[in-house]
Design a protein around this ligand. Structure first.
Ligand code: HEM
Length: 130
């Protein structure tokens, strides 16, 4: 079973600082949110209801960037499985995971201040530690 670790790391990074950031995780993105990330400098994919930002992986993908760009902003589960990716490839997925697919049309959590990536400000509540 694959786990999405990137958004869990965010709450760990906050530990030990003078403020506590409480992450409302996991992050959910609607299909509408994901579809706009469909270009070579901003590429998201859905695989098994998890959302991956593969922008930094395009040039490194052994199968080439074209196949990833064809699926950009969409559900790539079938294509990913059709290739019969190795266990190594499945483990690599984790580092690109940014959240999970939400079935609702809109989600406040998925909106960043600039309408794209959510920031910590959007997803966290801030408490003073006294
Ligand atoms: C973040 C998502 C993905 C990761 C981490 C990934 C990783 C890899 C890796 C490591 C390989 C080398 C072979 C292996 O170890 O299985 C590979 C090959 C390949 N991948 Fe992906 N892949 C991803 C998504 C996709 C998608 C969505 C497609 C199809 C649209 C795709 C198509 C291919 C193809 C065609 C090959 C070449 C297979 C071959 O020449 O034998 N990959 N990928």
């Amino acid at each position: 079973m694959l786990h999405c670790t990137r958004y869990l790391k965010e709450s760990k990074m906050a530990a030990g600082s003078d403020v506590m950031l409480m992450t409302l995780s996991p992050l959910y993105y609607t299909l509408e949110d994901i579809q706009v990330h469909n270009m070579s400098n901003d590429t998201w994919l859905i695989i098994h209801d998890k959302v991956y930002d593969v922008t930094s992986f395009l040039e490194e993908h052994p199968g080439g960037e074209e196949v990833l760009l064809e699926q950009a902003g969409a559900d790539a589960t079938e294509s990913f499985e059709d290739v019969g990716h190795s266990t190594d490839a499945r483990e690599m997925l984790q580092q690109f995971c940014i959240g999970e697919l939400h079935m609702m049309r809109t989600s406040l959590l998925s909106r960043g201040q600039n309408g794209t990536h959510p920031s910590n400000f959007d997803i966290c509540r801030r408490f003073s530690l006294q």
